[in-house]
Design a binder for this molecule. Structure first.
Ligand SMILES: [Zn+2]
Length: 258
């Protein structure tokens, strides 16, 4: 039985621990200390490490974890990942040691140039670990990629079924929903979701994982084809926008300054 445990790190990061029996595989361990504390408390063993992209708050803990136990490190082929033993890109499939989990690799550039996602297709529902590309009700900033790349990456992810669970790298949901409500004030699903997610945060619970049914209904970055989203983007831009990439770029710039 696979268990997925959120380990909060820094101000708003999540390190996802994939656990089966006493074996644990962290996704994006930006900090080693909370992972080591979890391992020690439950007498668990590190079996491998997965990284989605090269940012320090996702890979900074890898050297300290490797110093404790040298395990395979899976990461994007096109980025520098500390201790990486397996360089991955689209089309690769890995069997994660220790937890016997098969993961497909997707290239999802935009936030960073070589960003990858891990998809457990055979789990029911499917599980997606997508780092800082798709967030609950939002998406990552474009540090190294273009709007067109991010639109293509999000479209690739959005092809997954409604029930697929989304494990992303940050607890940004409430701020993202506040922005989503500004883009689509008439979208009742956004208001309902804000109430639900707010209640989780008040109880100290993560708002994650999300799923694609929820994101398709409330995430403005997946809704650039919606007339209401386009109209809001055009009002913000002060002129007509040609195509969903232009709508996406305007909404992304709007969110950056929100
Ligand atoms: Zn990042």
């Amino acid at each position: 039985m696979l268990e997925i445990i959120p380990v909060p790190a820094f101000a708003d990061n999540y390190i996802w621990l994939l656990r089966k029996g006493n074996k644990v595989v962290p996704v994006d361990p930006g900090d080693a200390a909370p992972v080591i504390a979890h391992l020690a408390r439950d007498r668990l063993e590190l079996a491998a490490i997965l990284a989605t992209h090269h940012h320090g708050d996702h890979v900074g803990g890898i050297p300290a974890l490797l110093a404790r136990s040298p395990v395979p490190v899976y990461g994007p082929a096109r980025e520098t990942i500390p201790g990486r033993t397996h360089a991955l890109s689209e089309g690769d499939t890995i069997l994660v040691p220790g937890i016997d989990l098969e993961l497909a690799v997707l290239d999802i550039p935009g936030h960073t140039a070589g960003h990858i996602a891990y998809l457990a297709r055979d789990e029911e529902p499917s599980l997606l670990f997508c780092g800082d590309t798709l967030f609950a009700a939002g998406c990552g900033r474009l540090f190294e990629g273009t709007p067109a790349q991010m639109v293509a990456s999000l479209a690739k992810l959005a092809a997954l079924p409604d029930t697929a669970r989304i494990y992303c790298g940050h607890e940004y949901t409430l701020a993202n929903l506040r922005f989503a409500a500004a883009v689509e004030p008439a979208n009742a699903r956004i208001g309902e979701r804000r109430t639900r997610e707010q209640a989780k945060r008040e109880r100290g619970l993560p708002t994650l994982p999300s799923n694609f049914a929820e994101e398709r209904a409330t995430n403005p970055f997946l809704r650039t084809e919606e007339p209401g989203v386009r109209a809001a983007a055009e009002r913000h831009a002060g002129h007509a926008l040609d195509g969903s990439t232009a709508v996406f770029a305007e909404i992304r710039a709007w969110k950056n300054a929100f």
